[in-house]
Design a protein around this ligand. Structure first.
Ligand SMILES: Nc1ncnc2c1ncn2[C@@H]1O[C@H](COP(=O)(O)OP(=O)(O)OP(=O)(O)O)[C@@H](O)[C@H]1O
Ligand SMILES: [Mg+2]
Length: 217
């Protein structure tokens, strides 16, 4: 058996004496497509943020490729495990500012062709590159945020309700793109969603209720 990419042992999170997550034991294998579902407030985003090292668990342990998360340098880890927020956050003035950033942190010059082809993969024309981020719709922002994470392919993509701000047509574009990355390139996906259709198409699902795993299939 392969080494799990991400593994949690009795992971828990407490804040102000309130238990948000408890006893989470998960092993995510390379190439897996895991869906996390559950009602609002059940701890889905918190769990994803812990996996993204944006939050530290208050109990238990988190491993990446069998090494404790503390042994990794945060920026190196985030190049391998990439996180997309529930609400897209763009920075700077233009779409290009956002798409140039992944090149900058790798000391590379901006590759315009690569940016164009990424835009195209989510149904956005070349002209979008120079558009102001303030002029984009919610769904367009979400798509730009998504490709910002995919210009340099991570090993794991953590996606938090990334289709919730999109209309039906764009939901289909994003879902099929993510499935393709998983199936053709073996990208490991952890997908948080409420959407019944998305739940049906996943090959492994867990449901969180009040911070604990209630159901797994
Ligand atoms: N820093 C914090 N301080 C206090 N409570 C918090 C904090 N972070 C999260 N919570 C609480 O933890 C619970 C889980 O929040 P989380 O965002 O993980 O839920 P979720 O399952 O992603 O919900 P949704 O489906 O609405 O996005 C909620 O009750 C939330 O109010
Ligand atoms: Mg959430």
């Amino acid at each position: 058996m392969e080494i799990p990419l991400i593994k949690t042992i009795d992971l828990g999170y407490e804040v102000d004496g309130k238990t948000i997550l408890k006893g989470i034991n998960l092993a995510i294998e390379p190439g897996e497509f895991l869906t996390i579902t559950g009602p609002s407030g059940s701890g889905k985003s918190t769990l994803l943020k812990i996996m993204a090292t944006m939050l530290s668990s208050t109990e238990g342990q988190l491993f990446y490729q069998n090494k404790s998360i503390e042994e990794y340098e945060p920026t190196a880890y985030r190049k391998e495990v990439s996180y997309c927020f529930q609400t897209a956050t763009l920075f700077g003035e233009t779409v290009k500012d956002n798409l140039a950033f992944p090149f900058e942190i790798r000391d590379q010059t901006f590759n315009q062709e690569k940016a164009f082809s990424a835009l195209k993969s989510v149904g956005l024309e070349k002209e979008y590159l120079t558009k102001s981020v303030n002029s984009l719709s919610g769904g367009e922002k979400q798509r730009v945020a998504l490709i910002r994470n995919m210009l340099f392919m991570p090993k794991v993509l953590l996606l938090d309700e990334v289709t919730s701000a999109l209309d039906e047509e764009n939901q289909i574009i994003i879902r099929s793109l993510i499935h393709q990355l998983n199936q053709k390139q073996g990208l490991t996906i952890v997908w948080v969603t409420h959407n019944a259709q998305e739940i049906q198409s996943s090959n492994r699902m867990i449901r969180l209720i009040n911070g604990v795993v209630e159901e797994a299939k």
